[in-house]
Design a protein around this ligand. Sequence first.
Ligand SMILES: [Fe+2]
Length: 284
Amino acid sequence: MHIQHFFDTATATFTYVVSDPATQKCAIIDSVLDYDMHAGKTSTASADKVIAYVQEAGLSVEWILETHAHADHLTGSHYLRENLGGKIGIGEHIKEVLKFWVPLFNTAHDTSLDGSQFDHLFKDGEIFHIGSLEVNVLHTPGHTPACVTYLLGDVAFVGDTIFMPYVGTARTDFPGGSAETLYRSIQKLLSLPESTRIFTCHDYPPQGQSENYVSTVAEQKATNNMVHEGVSEAQYVAARNAKDEGKSVPRLLLPSIQVNLRAGELGKAENNGVQYIKIPLNRI
Ligand SMILES: [Fe+2]
């Protein structure tokens, strides 16, 4: 398997293209649609880099995968599907996320509650293929109720379930998030063979250090600053909740969630032909 990563410095997001050299089929994991919130302007610069890579490498896209509905960047999935084809997949528990947010945004007219805007909703334990590569889907909730990990042999794309050991883990204070649940999901990952490589969705390295995206289960168990081996669930939950207490809302939470729950479509234009991002007031 070949793994190509892309890093969006504006949102610290890693996008991956995983390809099968035997068949030239690939999957794109956790893409980005650039968004300038002050100007209300989207740009496809990041997604276009992925498109150029896929085309130059002669790959055909089978899947456009989301590890979860991101709260810090808009997904490029819809744009990528329009340009490259492929099916957009996300965990089936996205329905719980839709149930919370769609009424708040009042967007039921263009955001289906049944998740049918995604081409496929993965169940825990489901197996699918990228060319000849077998992918196992693990439901790894906690950061959000719908987070999944895509496991291909000794490679795990974990989204925000766990970060590089010096960052620790993702926050669990979003609606439906739970530190207890995240701890259990992380234990599922840490029970994989020690050589399993963990590819994260973000990195926030200390100042002066460049970003990293891959670690191993062994490294995580030895050095993760929040969930290394020996940290109990109770200790982790107390530390996680203390860290999340009073944390500011991510800059792009409201724009991201409403677009990402449409798989990256920008929503139905109003009768003046303009599409809008809606910001509910005093609700978060
Ligand atoms: Fe996230």
